[in-house]
Design a protein around this ligand. Structure first.
Ligand code: PLP
Length: 463
């Protein structure tokens, strides 16, 4: 037995800086140590079992302990554990993977640049917009519009594109050349009597007004997640993306689809772009690309962008961008195997078959006194907790109702994610119908615990 001073928990507190954690609170609360995983389950260091209702961070599509992915990594490790792609170098896994991604990509996207994370890929997107517009003789066309509540990562450019206050506060962000427009958020954005289509038209009109106010010749691109994930699983209203894209096309503004969560089956199609009728000029993907077993991301661009990149690199002498681990052969081999398993195991068909079960269980939660809104598509969804259903009145953020609900869920063996007072569900794509039911049975208990706690603390009255 570890004495307390030398326990893993104490050593964690002593040495680790945790992402997305209140670092002061961590000193007393300490870590939740996950020791192993199998299928949709993970186990903590005391052996307690949890359903990973978020596939980790929206990413472990094949769950935990998938032997074929492990074997693909080991095999590639033995053959060529590392090589890079600078200065014309290549390796077979990256050639095979790039070819596969081009074959799969929407809207004829034709060339692949590899990075290691969603943030790096989105940083690259911004740099490419600047590089390419210089090549196209449009030196003023440099701004990228993103959306309030959108999530695109945490590096300097990606965090600037992200539209969440905590990612900007005290980091001196956003940088120049990034702007934000309203999120499509039907529950809170639609006006009384407005249809989804009318709401979508209004958002497209607002986008046009913003473009005209800034000057169309200054706006290079618009970036959006097909379904906004970390902002609270916000599913766009009917007709949203075609209407937004009509405006973008009018002013020659590129559409960047951030498919980091939606890509590879999450919404029931290979890409969120297919589900929501988006024709991207460029696409970012990561996470489920390798079922998160190895870090890898990709930017997939169209010929216009690529041709301009070629011109610039000719002028400068090199395309001076890329990472030591871009297209790391082990990561690429695991990604390739992930794509192969998606086909062999008919993952898209499976998602289409069982997502109605998950969406029905979500819908059932709408009757709960705490639940103001449920939303979702495919195997991603959320419930939003409110102080008063009729007026949609929110709880006071200081009451941390969502975070408490997520803690109650842990007690019942479920890992979910609180995004403010919205609780997210994004299980591994391999989840079975029976496991979906267990996941929601556990969550319903957590909701009841939250209801009792809210009543006991008088949180409704003090919201
Ligand atoms: N884009 C989206 C839509 C994401 O959800 C995320 C991460 O959750 C990112 C980008 C950033 O990815 P990473 O954490 O790998 O840098």
């Amino acid at each position: 037995m570890n004495d307390i001073g030398n326990s893993p928990s104490a050593r964690d507190i002593e040495n680790v800086i945790h992402s997305y954690t209140n670092l002061d609170m961590h000193k007393s609360k300490g870590p939740m140590i996950i020791e192993k995983g199998k299928g949709v389950h993970v186990f903590d260091d005391e052996g307690k079992e949890y359903i990973e209702g978020m596939a980790g961070l929206w990413c472990a599509s094949f769950g935990f302990g998938e032997e074929e992915l492990i074997d693909a990594a080991v095999e590639q490790m033995r053959k060529l554990p590392f090589y890079h792609q600078f200065g014309h170098k290549s390796s077979m896994p990256q050639i095979d993977l790039a070819e596969k991604l081009v074959e799969m990509a929407p809207n004829g996207l034709s060339k692949v640049f590899f990075a290691n994370s969603g943030s790096e890929a989105n940083d690259s997107q911004l740099k490419l917009q600047w590089y390419v517009n210089n090549a196209l003789g449009r030196p003023k066309k440099k701004k990228v519009l993103a959306r309030i509540k959108g999530y695109h990562g945490v590096t300097i450019a990606a965090a600037s594109l992200t539209g969440l206050p905590a990612n900007h506060a005290e980091f001196d962000l956003p940088i120049a050349n990034v702007g934000h427009v309203d999120m499509a958020y039907p529950y809170r954005g639609m006006e009384t009597g407005e249809t989804e289509e009318e709401y979508a038209s209004r958002l497209a009109f607002q986008l046009e007004e913003r473009i005209l106010a800034e000057g169309p010749d200054t706006i290079a691109a618009f970036i959006a997640e097909p379904v906004c994930g970390a902002g609270g699983v916000l599913v766009p209203p009917a007709g949203y993306f075609p209407k937004m894209q009509a405006v973008l096309k009018k002013y020659d503004i590129m559409m960047i689809a951030d498919e980091v969560i939606c890509g590879f089956g999450r919404t029931g199609n290979m890409w969120g772009c297919e589900t929501f009728d988006i024709q991207p000029d460029s696409l970012t993907c990561a996470k489920q690309l390798s079922s998160a077993y190895m870090p890898i991301s990709a930017v997939i661009v169209n010929d216009t962008i690529h041709d301009a990149m070629v011109e610039q690199s000719k002028k400068v002498g090199t395309f001076a961008h890329g990472f030591t681990y871009s297209a790391h052969p082990v990561c690429a081999a695991v990604a390739l195997k992930t794509m192969q398993l998606m086909e062999e195991r008919k993952i898209l068909e499976h998602v289409r078959e069982i997502s109605p079960v998950m969406q029905a269980r979500l819908q059932k939660l709408a009757d709960h006194p705490l639940v103001g809104n449920v939303r979702g598509v495919g195997l991603v969804g959320a419930v939003e907790l409110v102080a008063e259903k009729s007026s949609k009145k929110a709880f006071n953020p200081k009451q941390m109702v969502g975070a408490h609900c997520a803690e109650f869920a842990l007690d019942h063996g479920l890992i979910t994610r609180a995004m403010g007072d919205s609780l997210g569900f994004c299980p591994p794509l391999i989840i079975t119908e029976e496991e979906i039911h267990v996941m929601f049975d556990r969550f319903e208990k957590a909701l009841d615990n939250t209801e009792h706690w809210v009543a006991k603390e008088n949180h409704r009255e003090n919201a």
